[in-house]
Structures are given as structure tokens and as C-alpha cells.
Design a protein around this ligand. Structure first.
Ligand SMILES: [Zn+2]
Length: 454
């Protein structure tokens, strides 16, 4: 039995943090004044570029792809949640979203997609890109504004407006400073083309994209809701190629950490403290000897639904397992558990399953050189030295003999990073490598040494 020492429960609401001034009818993402200014800019540009002269044939409306994309190296199952839909109820003081729910705020004319978890970490590191949901022409853009607002009363956002062939427009709002596409107004974009990075510029209480669609560039109040449902009165069908469900209940991320994640107040950047590697024995800051933190991040959780959490041994048998039961519906939930690490060296996996979705995270206990299963069987630590290991940048490879040798560095998928010649059995190598596990192999031999980059 492995005792749970502490179970830290952290709850974060997708849309905003409660201490800040949130978007509301008084502080919308785009004020009426800003909307008028932006649409005036659009109309002037359309006229200047003669885009309004492109024939009178009625074109089909666009079909949208998702307007956000995480960069390839971000491996979580997902990275966002919808914090506010379009408000379908035009009566002041009353709200309704397209699915007849209340995931909106009074007078909201767009879809707010928040990035989660680690929204400021993702902003700082350019993790989530805003991409064109449909092809079209850039008809307005603006950059250079501060992008870490925590307060929905700040004006001046970084944005791009794209006009489609049917003369509808999509407004991409709140982006990161100096991230806006360098293409000029008048240039065309293809679907999926990067327009910028998700930020918190303008009237915004945290990093999110405000995606707003208007059916007619010349009518600044012709907004619609691209999601179609029973309570959407603004259009008769979905504008998405594949409309996402109203709730996307599942596990977004499972991960293992050397100590608690630090979630500072807005706009502080989260300190994630994650690691794929644990010494044996391990001592985490503020944790009992031998313990690490196991986190899961659930989206759109549903009351009474169980999450199954497991640590799997190198041979995939179960090392330990526990269960979490959702006590209430929530947009998202962060849970962190202190759990005792295995004490036998090897490569383990932390797996979380929730609502038929699964996220997993591999981690190594010890130096990984103890023969267990799989790739470690071929490791032989005595043929040459790699130090320091773990490393953050420079590392040295040293052979026991003085022969000139060629050494190959690969990542944990077997992709070659580089080939190096050792001079008099030694080479100091400076590579800027992403955190992770790498392997160094002496050419034409079975000698492999593991390298950990922290
Ligand atoms: Zn918004």
C-alpha cells in the first residue's frame, strides 16, 4: 500500500480568475466604440483595395476549421476550453448560448477560447497559435499593444480581420504583442495560416482568442454565432466543418512533477516543475522523501464521473492505482496528488482515463541504465562516459580508449540529432536540446548511453 500524504485540490475556472475584472456587458472583449473603429478600418481598406468590386454573385459562406493550433512539440491531448459563447439573448440582463445554456456573458458577440492549463506559460513560449479558420484577405490588422492584461477594462488589442469571398469577415482578437502576421493588409491567407499567438491584449482578463464572425463587412453589427444549435437564432446551420460538441468532457493532460506546480496571480507565469526523470532515491522540494506530484487536468467534468489514475510498471503491470470522482460539473479541474515513486529503476507511465479519453506521461526512476525492458536492455554504461548527465546544455562524451570514434546522438524516437567525432577519445558538445531523453550510440556497436536534458 502506498499512502497518499497530501492531496492538493486546485480549481481554476476556464474563463478568468475571480480576482480580476472579467469581461461583461460593461467590459466586453470589444467595446462598441472599438467595434465601430475596427469596422471603419475594414470598410476603408476594402474600398481602397477594390475588394467590394468583386462581382455581385452571391458566394457560399465559409466553412471554418478550428482557429487555434498548439505547436507540434506540445504533446498534451488538448490546450483550450471555451469560456464564453455568443450571447443569443439580446435583452439586457439576460443570457443564452447556442445550446440553450449560459456559457456566455451579456452582450457577447464572439466565441472566447481560453488556453488552458498554463495560459501565461503558453503565452510566453508561443505554444498556441491563432490560425486562419478559412481562407480570405487581410482587411485590417494591428500590433504593438501590451499583451498581459488581467483586467477587462484595458483598450487596444492586437488583432487581424480576414474577409472571405462571400464578404463575411472573421475578427481574431487579443493576440500577443509583436506576434501578428507580417503580411500586409490586402494579402491573402490560406486556411490554417498562422495569424499570431494567443495573448491577453485589449479588454481581456487572461490569454484567450475572441473569434467574432460578421456576415457582412459593411454592417458592423452583423455578427453571427458559428455554432449551430437549438437556441442559435443568428444562422440556420453550423459554420464549422466539424462543429465541436458543446461539452468536451475528457482528460487534457496527465503529468509528473518534482514538486507542486506554482500558479501565480495574473499575469505571473506558471512554474510547471515537471520532469520525466527522477533520481533514486528522490527528494522533491517540500515533499516527503521518495514522493513526486502526479497531476491531471480535466475539461468539462461531469458530476459523479470517475477518473482512473494509474502508475504502470515498465512491463505495463499496475504499480498503483487510484480514483477521482467528480463532485460537481465544472469547466475544468486541476488535481495534484503526492504519490510515492517506485524504488526500482526503470521507465514507468502515469495514465489517466476520464470519459473514454486517456492521457499518459512516461517517467524514469533512477539513471535508467538498470536493465528492465525494451530499449534499456541494450544500455551498457561502462563503455564510455557522458557527463554531466542530466545536463542542461554542454555535455562531454569520453571514451575509455584513445581511438578516434564516431558517436551518434538520437532522440527517444530514434531520430538522429547529430554525429560527432571524438578526438583522443573525448569531445565537448554544445547542443541546444529540448528537455527530454536522448541516446548516444557508438557507431557500429551496441554501446548506448542515455543522456537526460533537463
Ligand atoms: Zn470575447
Amino acid at each position: 500500500m502506498h499512502k497518499i500524504i497530501t492531496s492538493v485540490i486546485l480549481l481554476f475556472i476556464c474563463s478568468t480568475l475571480s480576482f480580476s475584472q472579467e469581461n461583461s456587458s460593461l467590459n466586453p472583449c470589444i467595446s462598441e466604440f472599438e467595434n465601430d473603429q475596427i469596422m471603419k478600418e475594414v470598410q476603408e481598406n476594402v474600398k481602397r483595395l477594390n475588394l467590394d468590386q468583386l462581382g455581385s454573385t452571391k458566394r457560399a459562406r465559409p466553412s471554418f476549421s478550428w482557429p487555434l493550433r498548439a505547436i507540434d512539440s506540445w504533446k498534451d491531448a488538448s490546450y483550450y476550453c471555451i469560456s464564453a459563447n455568443v450571447d443569443q439573448n439580446t435583452t439586457t440582463g439576460q443570457i443564452q448560448d447556442w445550446n440553450c445554456g449560459t456559457n456566455t456573458y451579456d452582450g457577447h458577440h464572439g466565441t472566447d477560447i481560453s488556453i488552458w492549463p498554463f495560459n501565461f506559460y503558453k503565452l510566453d513560449n508561443d505554444i498556441v497559435e491563432v490560425v486562419a479558420a478559412a481562407p480570405g484577405t487581410i482587411v485590417a490588422k494591428h500590433d504593438g499593444e501590451f499583451d498581459k492584461n488581467c483586467n477587462a477594462t484595458n483598450p487596444n488589442a492586437n488583432y487581424v480581420v480576414i474577409m472571405h469571398t462571400d464578404k463575411s469577415v472573421a475578427v481574431y482578437f487579443h493576440m500577443k504583442k509583436n506576434s501578428i502576421t507580417l503580411k500586409d493588409v490586402g494579402a491573402t491567407v490560406v486556411v490554417g495560416e498562422k495569424l499570431g499567438i494567443v495573448g491577453s491584449s485589449g479588454s481581456s482578463s487572461g490569454p484567450h482568442l475572441h473569434f467574432e464572425v460578421k456576415t457582412d463587412f459593411s454592417n458592423s453589427t452583423s455578427y453571427i454565432d458559428p455554432f449551430y444549435g437549438t437556441c442559435n437564432k443568428l444562422t440556420d446551420a453550423s459554420w464549422w466543418i466539424n462543429q465541436k460538441p458543446y461539452k468536451e468532457t475528457g482528460v487534457v493532460r496527465a503529468s509528473v512533477h518534482t514538486t507542486d506546480i506554482v500558479f501565480p496571480t495574473c499575469p505571473g507565469t506558471e512554474v510547471i516543475n515537471e520532469s520525466h526523470v527522477y533520481s533514486n532515491p528522490f527528494q522533491g522540494a517540500g515533499l516527503s522523501p521518495g514522493y513526486a506530484k502526479f497531476y491531471m487536468f480535466l475539461r468539462d467534468e461531469v458530476t459523479n464521473l470517475n477518473a482512473d489514475l494509474k502508475i504502470l510498471n515498465p512491463d505495463k503491470s499496475v504499480f498503483t492505482t487510484w480514483t477521482y470522482t467528480s463532485a460537481s460539473d465544472s469547466k475544468n479541474k486541476t488535481m495534484g496528488y503526492s504519490k510515492k515513486l517506485p524504488t526500482v529503476d526503470g521507465k514507468y507511465t502515469f495514465v489517466v482515463t476520464y470519459n473514454n479519453t486517456t492521457s499518459s506521461y512516461d517517467f524514469t526512476v533512477g539513471d535508467g541504465n538498470t536493465p528492465t525492458t525494451g530499449i534499456y536492455e541494450s544500455l551498457n554504461e561502462h563503455e564510455f562516459l557522458v557527463y554531466p548527465n542530466p545536463s542542461r546544455g554542454n555535455f562531454t562524451i569520453e571514451l575509455n580508449d584513445n581511438d578516434q570514434q564516431s558517436i551518434e546522438l538520437t532522440d527517444d524516437l530514434g531520430n538522429t540529432i547529430g554525429t560527432y567525432n571524438l578526438h583522443e577519445g573525448k569531445n565537448v558538445i554544445t547542443e541546444k536540446l529540448e528537455a527530454g531523453i536522448y541516446f548516444i550510440q557508438q557507431k557500429n556497436t551496441n554501446f548506448i548511453q542515455k543522456l537526460i536534458i533537463e
